[in-house]
Design a protein around this ligand. Sequence first.
Ligand code: ZN
Length: 242
Amino acid sequence: MTAYAIISDVHANLEALENVLKEIEKEKVDEVLFLGDAVGYGPNPNECIDLLKQNAGLMVAGNHDWAAVNMGGYGHFNPFARIAIEWTQKILSPGNRDFLRKLPLTAKIEEANIFLVHGTPREPGNWHYFLSKYDAAVNLEHFEEKICFVGHSHQPFIIESTERHGTNTFYPFTEVGINQRYIVNTGSVGQPRDANPDASYVILKDNRIEIKRVSYDIVVTQNKMKKAGLPEYLIERLAAGR
Ligand code: ZN
């Protein structure tokens, strides 16, 4: 079975991304998959996109990626996210802008039975949050694959769906069953929001889905954000994991 690392919501946090990639290296996976939001919030959008280009085989777009290149608008963003996205728009290199514009909304790997989307399979371009078993019930018929990986909410979980027993939720790991289907939220590399500030990502290997966490030097990232003049609220939330 091919082994994968799945990462999402990097949000221009280079220190978090570097540490996650170092951990992934040790896992000896065959491919890294990226679920969107390379940019927004953090101080290193170009560096993070460059690293993702070098390391990720398959990538889809997130709402911040689109907003950073004026696709789809960002009027609904909170004021802090808006300030960060406007800062990002100014600093992005032309090549990276082009790169973000070309990211697809969804992707699939047929031989591995995997579907990838930033928000939800039902309406990928409307950026809904995938949070609950209810969302699973609504979305399961909108993809055919066995495992769907999502990001966007920055809250990691594994939902397992069985025909006879409904849905179960797991954290941080489960074995992949023969008759079950799965929706896995990888959590966020660069801005976790589940009260754990450690970067979050997923390894799919040897028939096992596992959410992994790794710490990084948050103060380094925070100092860069201060220097860039990014909002204090965004700086503080990294340490709290919210
Ligand atoms: Zn995000």
